[in-house]
Design a binder for this molecule. Structure first.
Ligand SMILES: *[C@@H]1O[C@H](CO)[C@@H](O)[C@H](O)[C@H]1NC(C)=O
Ligand SMILES: *[C@@H]1O[C@H](CO)[C@@H](O)[C@H](O)[C@H]1NC(C)=O
Ligand SMILES: *[C@@H]1O[C@H](CO)[C@@H](O)[C@H](O)[C@H]1NC(C)=O
Ligand SMILES: CC(=O)N[C@H]1CO[C@H](CO)[C@@H](O)[C@@H]1O
Length: 382
């Protein structure tokens, strides 16, 4: 419905300005407050602005008006959107949905930026108390408590139907699937795409791979015994009837790619090279929707190096740093305790300036192609 073929002058302009269409931050918080090993159901449904929250509108204003970014990835928890008593599917908790939609509408309508809708669930549902490892893998037919792939499709149909008239949303299918058959990641991704397209929604979709959707391991097997196929063997079978699906890639620069260490040891360009070649070969695009490095000169250099690499390779259409969000406080969502979050106005545990005042101006802001970013029209690959 919002599909418009791009006129040729636009494509010329964008090739002059570079291909990075989206640049921004994660807004993490909607999935908070459920961690409690052995205490199933802890934090559900949760209290808005106490256990969970989506955005601080003042900091969204700062990011859009002063920092000139054009995209936010807004996380939520599927067990809150679809309470366990309803099951995964088309029946939502309308209270939770209204708070989530308020965040999405603020960013997309009031601020005219894009939002990546992110069910932060690791392709699992029903038991988030030890995420990312707890919960039943969606579509696991040997697990009677698992939600089915069909239910996941119904969930996505309903979510897309509610945003079908909002051209500035982007549908992120799920955060970081891992330790499951890669063919099942594909099957669930395809079900989500089918569900979204079935209601007439034509906006950009982001599909994750297996193994935490890591860019560096895209062409490698995963699982404790290497039993799961590389994402590269499987994800080129995705089919989108409107050709508006990109891959959703995460890439942290620390030793084990987890984003939990201060030091950076994994260079973006060489670690992404195999993925880049695969994307080129398969004529696909990707967005780096989570990445980060600590508050130190080596990480700042390596972040700049990765973002320059992303800008130089047309296979990448954007990046979204991890993470801002209203509930981090002095906690550090990425890269060691002394780094802090990207939330404007915050400090670290040591009461020193957080990453918004250190890493952001040194390594992220300089890489925002302010004039080249997509500012209008339906979310798309180009
Ligand atoms: C829906 O969400 C609200 C707000 O978190 C909560 O108070 C309410 O109990 C939830 N309802 C169900 C059925 O989970
Ligand atoms: C699927 O469920 C079975 C039975 O609960 C379990 O043994 C298996 O590990 C599950 N598979 C995955 C990928 O989680
Ligand atoms: C929202 O952000 C502003 C600017 O950093 C800050 O002054 C305010 O306290 C924040 N509000 C909440 C509820 O965290
Ligand atoms: C790198 C990092 O800290 N990632 C964490 C971000 O927050 C989610 C929960 O919202 C964690 O699961 C990730 O590990």
């Amino acid at each position: 419905m919002y599909w418009k073929p791009l006129v040729s002058t636009l494509s010329i302009a964008s090739s002059v300005l570079g291909k990075i269409l989206y640049a921004g931050v994660n807004e993490s918080g909607g999935e908070f407050g459920v961690w409690s090993p052995g205490n199933v159901g802890f934090g559900l449904p949760g209290r808005f602005n106490v256990d969970y929250s989506f955005i601080n509108k003042t900091t969204v204003d700062i990011f859009v008006d002063e920092e000139k970014i054009n995209v936010f990835r807004v996380t939520f928890l599927m067990e809150r959107m679809c309470p366990l008593s309803y099951g995964l599917g088309s029946r939502f908790n309308e209270t939770y949905f209204v708070h989530f939609a308020d965040a999405v509408n603020y960013i997309t309508i009031a601020k005219d930026a894009y939002v990546i809708i992110d069910p932060h669930n690791y392709m699992r549902y029903n038991e988030p108390s030890q995420q990312p490892f707890s919960g039943s893998v969606i579509g696991n037919s040997s697990d009677p408590t698992a939600a089915t792939t069909k239910q996941f499709q119904q969930f996505w149909s309903e979510l897309a139907r509610r945003f079908v008239h909002n051209p500035k949303v982007i549908f992120g299918i799920n955060n970081e699937p891992h330790d499951m058959p890669t063919e099942l990641v594909l099957e669930n991704n395809q079900a989500a795409i089918n569900g979204i397209r079935a209601v007439g929604a034509r906006q950009l979709i982001l599909a994750p791979g297996n193994a935490w959707t890591g860019g560096h391991s895209w062409t490698e097997k995963s699982g404790p015994a290497g039993e799961y196929a590389p994402s590269s063997e499987v994800m080129n079978n995705l089919f989108d009837p409107v050709h508006n699906t990109a891959l959703d890639i995460h890439e942290y620069l620390d030793i084990d790619f987890s984003g939990s260490h201060d030091e950076c040891a994994q260079p973006g360009p060489s670690n992404l090279a195999a993925l880049t070649a695969w994307l080129k070969e398969n004529r696909m695009k990707a967005i780096i929707s989570e990445f980060g490095g600590g508050n130190n000169q080596n990480c700042i250099d390596m972040l700049n190096e990765m973002l320059e690499y992303i800008a130089a390779n047309d296979e990448y259409i954007g990046w979204v740093a991890w993470a801002a969000g209203p509930l981090w406080g002095t906690a550090s969502p990425c890269c060691g305790p002394s780094t802090g979050s990207l939330e404007p106005g915050g400090v670290t545990v040591n009461e020193t300036p957080n990453a918004f005042e250190t890493v952001w101006p040194a390594a992220l802001k300089p890489n925002i192609p302010v004039r080249g970013l997509k500012r209008s029209g339906i979310s798309s690959l180009r």
